[in-house]
Design a protein around this ligand. Structure first.
Ligand code: ASP
Ligand code: MG
Length: 441
Protein backbone atom coordinates (compact mmCIF):
# COMPACT_ATOMS: atom_id res chain seq x y z
CA UNK A 1 0.00 0.00 0.00
CA UNK A 2 2.70 2.38 -1.02
CA UNK A 3 2.34 5.73 -2.76
CA UNK A 4 4.98 7.51 -4.84
CA UNK A 5 5.27 11.29 -4.47
CA UNK A 6 7.48 13.27 -6.81
CA UNK A 7 8.52 16.83 -6.05
CA UNK A 8 9.97 19.04 -8.79
CA UNK A 9 12.79 21.56 -8.65
CA UNK A 10 10.80 24.47 -7.23
CA UNK A 11 9.32 22.24 -4.50
CA UNK A 12 12.88 21.70 -3.19
CA UNK A 13 14.19 25.01 -4.56
CA UNK A 14 15.28 26.60 -1.25
CA UNK A 15 15.84 25.76 2.40
CA UNK A 16 12.37 27.11 3.18
CA UNK A 17 10.73 24.98 0.50
CA UNK A 18 12.45 21.84 1.79
CA UNK A 19 11.18 22.63 5.27
CA UNK A 20 7.66 23.10 3.91
CA UNK A 21 7.88 19.82 2.06
CA UNK A 22 8.04 17.91 5.32
CA UNK A 23 4.41 18.79 6.04
CA UNK A 24 3.33 17.14 2.82
CA UNK A 25 5.08 13.84 3.41
CA UNK A 26 5.01 13.34 7.15
CA UNK A 27 1.63 11.64 7.65
CA UNK A 28 3.07 8.24 8.54
CA UNK A 29 1.67 6.45 5.49
CA UNK A 30 4.17 4.39 3.46
CA UNK A 31 5.66 6.28 0.57
CA UNK A 32 8.59 6.73 -1.76
CA UNK A 33 9.50 10.38 -2.29
CA UNK A 34 11.22 11.14 -5.59
CA UNK A 35 13.07 14.45 -5.75
CA UNK A 36 14.37 16.57 -8.63
CA UNK A 37 17.45 18.72 -8.32
CA UNK A 38 16.94 22.13 -6.71
CA UNK A 39 15.57 24.49 -9.36
CA UNK A 40 18.27 25.98 -11.59
CA UNK A 41 20.84 23.34 -10.69
CA UNK A 42 20.49 21.08 -13.73
CA UNK A 43 20.68 24.12 -16.02
CA UNK A 44 23.89 25.21 -14.26
CA UNK A 45 25.32 21.71 -14.58
CA UNK A 46 24.51 21.68 -18.30
CA UNK A 47 26.35 24.97 -18.64
CA UNK A 48 29.35 23.67 -16.70
CA UNK A 49 29.54 20.62 -18.96
CA UNK A 50 29.30 22.86 -22.04
CA UNK A 51 32.23 24.97 -20.85
CA UNK A 52 34.27 21.86 -20.09
CA UNK A 53 33.49 20.47 -23.49
CA UNK A 54 34.60 23.72 -25.10
CA UNK A 55 37.81 23.48 -23.04
CA UNK A 56 36.95 26.71 -21.25
CA UNK A 57 38.00 25.25 -17.94
CA UNK A 58 38.42 28.53 -16.13
CA UNK A 59 34.86 29.54 -16.95
CA UNK A 60 33.69 26.12 -15.81
CA UNK A 61 35.54 26.62 -12.52
CA UNK A 62 33.81 29.97 -12.00
CA UNK A 63 30.40 28.42 -12.62
CA UNK A 64 31.17 25.55 -10.24
CA UNK A 65 32.19 28.10 -7.61
CA UNK A 66 29.00 30.11 -8.07
CA UNK A 67 26.81 27.04 -7.77
CA UNK A 68 28.68 25.88 -4.70
CA UNK A 69 28.11 29.25 -3.06
CA UNK A 70 24.36 28.88 -3.55
CA UNK A 71 24.44 25.51 -1.81
CA UNK A 72 26.44 26.94 1.10
CA UNK A 73 23.66 29.49 1.62
CA UNK A 74 21.10 26.71 1.53
CA UNK A 75 22.78 24.58 4.17
CA UNK A 76 23.33 27.58 6.44
CA UNK A 77 19.60 28.24 6.36
CA UNK A 78 18.48 24.64 6.46
CA UNK A 79 20.26 23.17 9.46
CA UNK A 80 20.45 24.22 13.08
CA UNK A 81 22.41 21.31 14.49
CA UNK A 82 26.19 21.16 14.25
CA UNK A 83 26.20 17.48 13.40
CA UNK A 84 23.99 17.82 10.31
CA UNK A 85 25.65 21.05 9.27
CA UNK A 86 29.04 19.36 9.35
CA UNK A 87 27.75 16.37 7.44
CA UNK A 88 26.28 18.61 4.78
CA UNK A 89 29.54 20.56 4.50
CA UNK A 90 31.35 17.32 3.82
CA UNK A 91 28.69 16.44 1.27
CA UNK A 92 29.18 19.71 -0.60
CA UNK A 93 32.97 19.34 -0.46
CA UNK A 94 32.76 15.89 -1.97
CA UNK A 95 30.29 16.75 -4.78
CA UNK A 96 31.89 20.05 -5.75
CA UNK A 97 35.35 18.53 -5.41
CA UNK A 98 34.21 15.84 -7.83
CA UNK A 99 32.95 18.48 -10.29
CA UNK A 100 36.31 20.25 -10.11
CA UNK A 101 38.18 17.06 -11.00
CA UNK A 102 36.62 17.28 -14.48
CA UNK A 103 38.09 20.73 -14.94
CA UNK A 104 41.55 19.44 -14.14
CA UNK A 105 41.58 16.49 -16.44
CA UNK A 106 40.72 15.79 -20.04
CA UNK A 107 36.94 15.96 -20.41
CA UNK A 108 34.99 13.58 -22.59
CA UNK A 109 31.37 14.16 -23.48
CA UNK A 110 30.25 10.88 -21.89
CA UNK A 111 31.23 12.40 -18.55
CA UNK A 112 28.56 15.05 -18.98
CA UNK A 113 25.98 12.66 -17.59
CA UNK A 114 27.96 12.11 -14.40
CA UNK A 115 28.00 15.89 -14.00
CA UNK A 116 24.26 16.20 -14.60
CA UNK A 117 23.56 13.60 -11.92
CA UNK A 118 25.01 15.75 -9.14
CA UNK A 119 21.86 17.86 -8.77
CA UNK A 120 19.56 15.02 -7.71
CA UNK A 121 22.28 13.41 -5.60
CA UNK A 122 22.67 16.69 -3.70
CA UNK A 123 18.97 17.51 -3.23
CA UNK A 124 18.08 14.07 -1.90
CA UNK A 125 21.01 13.92 0.52
CA UNK A 126 20.34 17.42 1.82
CA UNK A 127 16.68 16.64 2.36
CA UNK A 128 17.51 13.33 3.99
CA UNK A 129 19.86 15.10 6.42
CA UNK A 130 17.14 17.60 7.20
CA UNK A 131 14.71 14.80 8.08
CA UNK A 132 17.42 13.33 10.27
CA UNK A 133 17.87 16.66 12.02
CA UNK A 134 14.18 16.96 12.87
CA UNK A 135 14.11 13.30 13.83
CA UNK A 136 11.92 11.90 11.11
CA UNK A 137 13.02 8.43 10.21
CA UNK A 138 13.70 7.95 6.50
CA UNK A 139 15.80 5.82 4.17
CA UNK A 140 17.73 7.21 1.22
CA UNK A 141 17.40 4.75 -1.67
CA UNK A 142 20.17 5.22 -4.25
CA UNK A 143 18.45 5.34 -7.65
CA UNK A 144 21.70 4.26 -9.29
CA UNK A 145 21.23 0.87 -7.63
CA UNK A 146 17.92 0.13 -9.35
CA UNK A 147 17.12 2.55 -12.21
CA UNK A 148 18.52 1.34 -15.50
CA UNK A 149 17.94 2.02 -19.20
CA UNK A 150 18.47 -0.57 -21.91
CA UNK A 151 20.37 -0.28 -25.19
CA UNK A 152 17.43 1.65 -26.72
CA UNK A 153 17.55 4.13 -23.84
CA UNK A 154 14.22 2.82 -22.58
CA UNK A 155 13.72 1.91 -18.92
CA UNK A 156 14.58 -1.70 -18.25
CA UNK A 157 11.38 -2.42 -16.34
CA UNK A 158 12.11 -5.99 -15.30
CA UNK A 159 15.50 -5.04 -13.90
CA UNK A 160 14.09 -2.01 -12.12
CA UNK A 161 11.25 -3.96 -10.53
CA UNK A 162 13.56 -6.69 -9.25
CA UNK A 163 16.15 -4.30 -7.92
CA UNK A 164 13.91 -1.74 -6.27
CA UNK A 165 12.07 -4.54 -4.50
CA UNK A 166 15.40 -5.86 -3.33
CA UNK A 167 16.42 -2.41 -2.05
CA UNK A 168 13.11 -1.99 -0.23
CA UNK A 169 13.29 -5.43 1.33
CA UNK A 170 16.48 -4.37 3.12
CA UNK A 171 14.32 -2.05 5.25
CA UNK A 172 11.20 -4.05 6.14
CA UNK A 173 9.98 -1.83 8.96
CA UNK A 174 10.43 1.53 7.32
CA UNK A 175 7.76 3.60 5.66
CA UNK A 176 9.46 6.74 4.31
CA UNK A 177 11.90 6.39 1.44
CA UNK A 178 13.65 9.16 -0.48
CA UNK A 179 15.21 8.68 -3.90
CA UNK A 180 16.59 10.62 -6.85
CA UNK A 181 14.52 11.36 -9.92
CA UNK A 182 16.01 11.57 -13.42
CA UNK A 183 19.26 9.64 -12.88
CA UNK A 184 19.94 6.03 -13.82
CA UNK A 185 22.59 3.75 -15.22
CA UNK A 186 22.88 2.55 -18.80
CA UNK A 187 23.77 -0.90 -20.11
CA UNK A 188 27.47 -0.13 -19.68
CA UNK A 189 26.87 0.59 -16.01
CA UNK A 190 27.68 4.26 -16.55
CA UNK A 191 25.70 7.06 -14.96
CA UNK A 192 23.01 8.25 -17.35
CA UNK A 193 19.63 9.97 -17.17
CA UNK A 194 16.03 9.88 -18.37
CA UNK A 195 16.36 13.19 -20.28
CA UNK A 196 15.39 16.63 -19.05
CA UNK A 197 12.27 16.65 -16.93
CA UNK A 198 12.77 12.91 -16.36
CA UNK A 199 11.98 12.86 -12.64
CA UNK A 200 8.29 12.45 -13.48
CA UNK A 201 9.24 9.38 -15.45
CA UNK A 202 11.24 8.02 -12.50
CA UNK A 203 8.15 8.41 -10.32
CA UNK A 204 5.80 6.56 -12.66
CA UNK A 205 8.36 3.83 -13.36
CA UNK A 206 8.80 3.27 -9.63
CA UNK A 207 5.02 3.42 -9.12
CA UNK A 208 4.54 0.74 -11.76
CA UNK A 209 7.38 -1.43 -10.40
CA UNK A 210 5.99 -1.57 -6.90
CA UNK A 211 2.29 -1.50 -7.89
CA UNK A 212 1.79 1.74 -5.97
CA UNK A 213 -1.73 2.76 -5.03
CA UNK A 214 -1.18 6.24 -6.44
CA UNK A 215 1.52 8.36 -8.04
CA UNK A 216 1.53 12.04 -7.14
CA UNK A 217 3.44 14.62 -9.16
CA UNK A 218 3.85 17.80 -7.11
CA UNK A 219 4.79 20.94 -9.03
CA UNK A 220 4.16 24.68 -8.79
CA UNK A 221 0.89 24.79 -10.69
CA UNK A 222 -2.50 23.44 -9.66
CA UNK A 223 -2.78 20.63 -12.18
CA UNK A 224 -2.88 20.36 -15.96
CA UNK A 225 -4.52 23.44 -17.47
CA UNK A 226 -6.88 23.65 -20.43
CA UNK A 227 -4.38 25.82 -22.31
CA UNK A 228 -0.83 27.13 -21.85
CA UNK A 229 -1.04 29.51 -18.86
CA UNK A 230 2.21 31.19 -19.89
CA UNK A 231 0.64 32.36 -23.14
CA UNK A 232 -3.10 32.59 -22.58
CA UNK A 233 -5.02 34.35 -19.81
CA UNK A 234 -7.94 32.73 -18.00
CA UNK A 235 -6.86 29.14 -18.21
CA UNK A 236 -8.18 26.69 -15.64
CA UNK A 237 -7.11 23.31 -14.23
CA UNK A 238 -8.80 20.20 -15.61
CA UNK A 239 -10.13 17.98 -12.81
CA UNK A 240 -10.04 14.64 -14.64
CA UNK A 241 -8.18 13.29 -17.63
CA UNK A 242 -7.80 9.84 -19.09
CA UNK A 243 -4.32 8.36 -19.55
CA UNK A 244 -4.61 8.86 -23.32
CA UNK A 245 -5.63 12.48 -23.02
CA UNK A 246 -2.86 13.27 -20.55
CA UNK A 247 -0.25 11.50 -22.69
CA UNK A 248 -1.26 13.53 -25.77
CA UNK A 249 -1.09 16.78 -23.81
CA UNK A 250 2.26 15.96 -22.24
CA UNK A 251 3.71 14.93 -25.56
CA UNK A 252 2.32 17.97 -27.36
CA UNK A 253 3.84 20.48 -25.06
CA UNK A 254 2.11 20.66 -21.68
CA UNK A 255 5.28 21.37 -19.70
CA UNK A 256 3.87 20.04 -16.45
CA UNK A 257 4.57 16.40 -17.35
CA UNK A 258 7.40 14.49 -18.99
CA UNK A 259 6.02 13.17 -22.31
CA UNK A 260 6.44 9.45 -21.80
CA UNK A 261 5.78 9.31 -18.09
CA UNK A 262 2.11 8.35 -18.38
CA UNK A 263 2.84 5.02 -20.01
CA UNK A 264 4.09 3.01 -17.00
CA UNK A 265 1.16 4.23 -14.90
CA UNK A 266 -1.28 3.39 -17.67
CA UNK A 267 0.15 -0.10 -18.13
CA UNK A 268 -0.49 -0.87 -14.48
CA UNK A 269 -3.60 1.27 -14.18
CA UNK A 270 -2.25 3.41 -11.35
CA UNK A 271 -3.87 6.83 -10.89
CA UNK A 272 -1.58 9.82 -11.35
CA UNK A 273 -2.47 12.96 -9.44
CA UNK A 274 -0.97 16.34 -10.32
CA UNK A 275 -0.78 18.60 -7.29
CA UNK A 276 0.56 22.01 -6.33
CA UNK A 277 3.09 22.39 -3.50
CA UNK A 278 2.15 26.06 -3.09
CA UNK A 279 -1.55 25.22 -2.74
CA UNK A 280 -1.64 21.72 -1.31
CA UNK A 281 -5.38 21.74 -0.85
CA UNK A 282 -6.23 22.57 -4.45
CA UNK A 283 -7.80 19.60 -6.23
CA UNK A 284 -5.33 19.44 -9.09
CA UNK A 285 -5.78 16.92 -11.89
CA UNK A 286 -6.33 13.20 -11.55
CA UNK A 287 -5.37 10.96 -14.47
CA UNK A 288 -6.99 7.52 -14.61
CA UNK A 289 -8.28 5.00 -17.14
CA UNK A 290 -11.74 6.53 -16.83
CA UNK A 291 -12.94 8.56 -19.76
CA UNK A 292 -14.98 11.41 -18.41
CA UNK A 293 -17.28 13.69 -20.35
CA UNK A 294 -17.73 14.10 -24.09
CA UNK A 295 -16.03 17.36 -24.74
CA UNK A 296 -12.96 19.29 -25.68
CA UNK A 297 -10.71 19.32 -22.66
CA UNK A 298 -7.49 21.10 -23.45
CA UNK A 299 -5.09 22.55 -25.96
CA UNK A 300 -1.30 22.25 -26.03
CA UNK A 301 1.37 23.32 -28.49
CA UNK A 302 4.70 21.91 -29.53
CA UNK A 303 7.27 24.12 -31.27
CA UNK A 304 10.30 23.34 -33.37
CA UNK A 305 8.41 21.24 -35.89
CA UNK A 306 9.65 20.55 -39.42
CA UNK A 307 7.22 19.52 -42.17
CA UNK A 308 8.24 17.40 -45.13
CA UNK A 309 5.99 17.25 -48.15
CA UNK A 310 6.70 14.18 -50.25
CA UNK A 311 5.31 13.93 -53.78
CA UNK A 312 5.59 11.21 -56.32
CA UNK A 313 3.78 10.23 -59.47
CA UNK A 314 4.48 6.67 -58.40
CA UNK A 315 2.24 7.00 -55.42
CA UNK A 316 -0.85 7.17 -57.59
CA UNK A 317 -2.74 3.90 -57.31
CA UNK A 318 0.42 2.20 -56.07
CA UNK A 319 0.97 0.20 -52.94
CA UNK A 320 4.16 -0.01 -50.93
CA UNK A 321 4.96 3.67 -51.40
CA UNK A 322 4.24 4.67 -47.81
CA UNK A 323 6.24 1.73 -46.55
CA UNK A 324 9.33 2.87 -48.43
CA UNK A 325 8.88 6.35 -47.01
CA UNK A 326 8.41 5.17 -43.43
CA UNK A 327 11.32 2.77 -43.64
CA UNK A 328 13.66 5.68 -44.21
CA UNK A 329 12.46 7.43 -41.07
CA UNK A 330 12.75 4.20 -39.16
CA UNK A 331 16.30 3.64 -40.33
CA UNK A 332 17.26 7.08 -39.03
CA UNK A 333 15.37 6.60 -35.75
CA UNK A 334 13.26 9.68 -36.44
CA UNK A 335 9.74 9.63 -35.04
CA UNK A 336 6.94 11.09 -37.12
CA UNK A 337 4.31 13.19 -35.34
CA UNK A 338 1.62 14.11 -37.86
CA UNK A 339 0.75 12.64 -41.24
CA UNK A 340 -1.70 13.68 -43.91
CA UNK A 341 -2.04 12.12 -47.30
CA UNK A 342 -3.55 12.76 -50.69
CA UNK A 343 -3.48 10.49 -53.69
CA UNK A 344 -0.14 11.78 -54.93
CA UNK A 345 1.51 13.24 -51.87
CA UNK A 346 2.10 12.68 -48.21
CA UNK A 347 3.02 15.37 -45.71
CA UNK A 348 4.51 14.56 -42.39
CA UNK A 349 6.15 16.31 -39.49
CA UNK A 350 9.14 15.53 -37.33
CA UNK A 351 10.77 17.34 -34.42
CA UNK A 352 14.10 15.57 -34.33
CA UNK A 353 16.05 16.87 -37.32
CA UNK A 354 19.47 15.41 -36.50
CA UNK A 355 19.29 13.04 -39.47
CA UNK A 356 17.19 15.24 -41.77
CA UNK A 357 19.91 15.57 -44.43
CA UNK A 358 20.30 11.79 -44.73
CA UNK A 359 16.53 11.34 -44.83
CA UNK A 360 16.19 13.98 -47.54
CA UNK A 361 18.88 12.36 -49.68
CA UNK A 362 17.21 8.97 -49.53
CA UNK A 363 13.75 10.38 -50.23
CA UNK A 364 15.04 12.33 -53.21
CA UNK A 365 15.88 9.06 -54.92
CA UNK A 366 12.23 8.34 -55.57
CA UNK A 367 10.21 11.49 -54.93
CA UNK A 368 10.31 15.24 -54.82
CA UNK A 369 10.31 16.88 -51.43
CA UNK A 370 9.72 20.25 -49.85
CA UNK A 371 10.88 21.00 -46.32
CA UNK A 372 9.50 23.74 -44.12
CA UNK A 373 10.80 24.63 -40.65
CA UNK A 374 9.65 26.92 -37.83
CA UNK A 375 6.27 25.26 -37.37
CA UNK A 376 4.13 24.46 -34.36
CA UNK A 377 1.70 21.62 -33.77
CA UNK A 378 -1.35 22.69 -31.83
CA UNK A 379 -3.09 19.72 -30.37
CA UNK A 380 -6.70 19.79 -29.23
CA UNK A 381 -7.44 17.02 -26.79
CA UNK A 382 -10.74 15.69 -25.63
CA UNK A 383 -13.16 12.90 -26.11
CA UNK A 384 -14.25 13.10 -29.72
CA UNK A 385 -16.52 10.12 -30.18
CA UNK A 386 -17.20 9.45 -33.81
CA UNK A 387 -20.97 9.91 -33.55
CA UNK A 388 -20.83 13.29 -31.90
CA UNK A 389 -21.15 16.21 -34.29
CA UNK A 390 -19.96 19.76 -34.19
CA UNK A 391 -16.39 19.63 -32.91
CA UNK A 392 -14.84 20.32 -36.28
CA UNK A 393 -17.10 23.32 -36.72
CA UNK A 394 -16.13 24.74 -33.34
CA UNK A 395 -12.44 24.26 -34.01
CA UNK A 396 -12.46 25.73 -37.49
CA UNK A 397 -14.80 28.54 -36.53
CA UNK A 398 -12.36 29.49 -33.77
CA UNK A 399 -9.48 29.35 -36.25
CA UNK A 400 -11.17 31.11 -39.12
CA UNK A 401 -8.45 33.80 -39.25
CA UNK A 402 -5.48 31.48 -38.86
CA UNK A 403 -3.81 29.93 -41.93
CA UNK A 404 -3.57 26.21 -41.24
CA UNK A 405 -0.76 24.15 -42.83
CA UNK A 406 -1.93 20.64 -41.98
CA UNK A 407 -4.84 19.03 -40.15
CA UNK A 408 -5.02 15.62 -38.60
CA UNK A 409 -8.48 14.58 -37.48
CA UNK A 410 -9.70 11.09 -36.70
CA UNK A 411 -6.32 9.52 -35.92
CA UNK A 412 -7.57 8.90 -32.42
CA UNK A 413 -10.72 9.74 -30.52
CA UNK A 414 -8.72 12.03 -28.28
CA UNK A 415 -6.87 14.32 -30.56
CA UNK A 416 -7.20 16.81 -33.36
CA UNK A 417 -3.87 18.29 -34.44
CA UNK A 418 -3.25 21.29 -36.61
CA UNK A 419 0.02 22.66 -37.91
CA UNK A 420 0.65 26.40 -38.01
CA UNK A 421 3.56 28.77 -38.50
CA UNK A 422 5.21 29.21 -35.08
CA UNK A 423 4.74 32.97 -35.39
CA UNK A 424 1.00 32.33 -35.15
CA UNK A 425 1.14 30.03 -32.13
CA UNK A 426 0.07 32.65 -29.64
CA UNK A 427 -2.84 33.84 -31.81
CA UNK A 428 -3.90 30.25 -32.37
CA UNK A 429 -3.92 29.37 -28.68
CA UNK A 430 -5.83 32.53 -27.80
CA UNK A 431 -8.36 31.98 -30.59
CA UNK A 432 -8.96 28.40 -29.44
CA UNK A 433 -9.31 29.49 -25.84
CA UNK A 434 -12.00 31.95 -26.81
CA UNK A 435 -13.74 29.72 -29.29
CA UNK A 436 -13.66 26.31 -27.60
CA UNK A 437 -14.02 26.66 -23.91
CA UNK A 438 -17.05 28.90 -23.82
CA UNK A 439 -19.18 28.04 -26.82
CA UNK A 440 -18.44 24.36 -27.23
CA UNK A 441 -18.44 22.78 -23.80
N1 ASP B 1 16.58 17.91 -12.79
C1 ASP B 1 16.20 17.40 -14.08
C2 ASP B 1 15.85 18.56 -15.00
O1 ASP B 1 15.91 19.71 -14.59
C3 ASP B 1 15.10 16.41 -14.01
C4 ASP B 1 13.78 16.92 -13.50
O2 ASP B 1 13.73 17.94 -12.83
O3 ASP B 1 12.77 16.27 -13.78
O4 ASP B 1 15.54 18.33 -16.12
MG1 MG C 1 9.22 18.81 -14.65
Amino acid sequence: MMRVLKFGGTSVGSAARMQELVHLINDGSPKIVVLSAMSGTTNSLVEIAEKLNAKENEKAMLLIGALEKKYWEVIKQLYKKKLTLNKSKELLDSHFGYLRTFAMDLFTISEERAILAQGELLSTSLFHYYLEEIEIDSILLPALNFMRIDENEEPDLKYIEKNIKQELSKHPNKSLFITQGYICRNTFGEIDNLKRGGSDYTATIIGASIQATEIQIWTDIDGMHNNDPRIVDNTFPIAELSFEEAAELAYFGAKILHPTCILPAQMHNIPVRLLNTMQPNAKGTVITSKISGENIKAVAAKDGITAIKIKSGRMLLAYGFLRSVFEIFERYKTPIDMITTSEVAVSLTIDNTINLEFIKNELKEFCTIEVETGLTIVCIVGNFTAEKQGYALCIFEALKNIPIRMISYGGSENNVSILVDSKLKKDTLIALNKGLFRACI
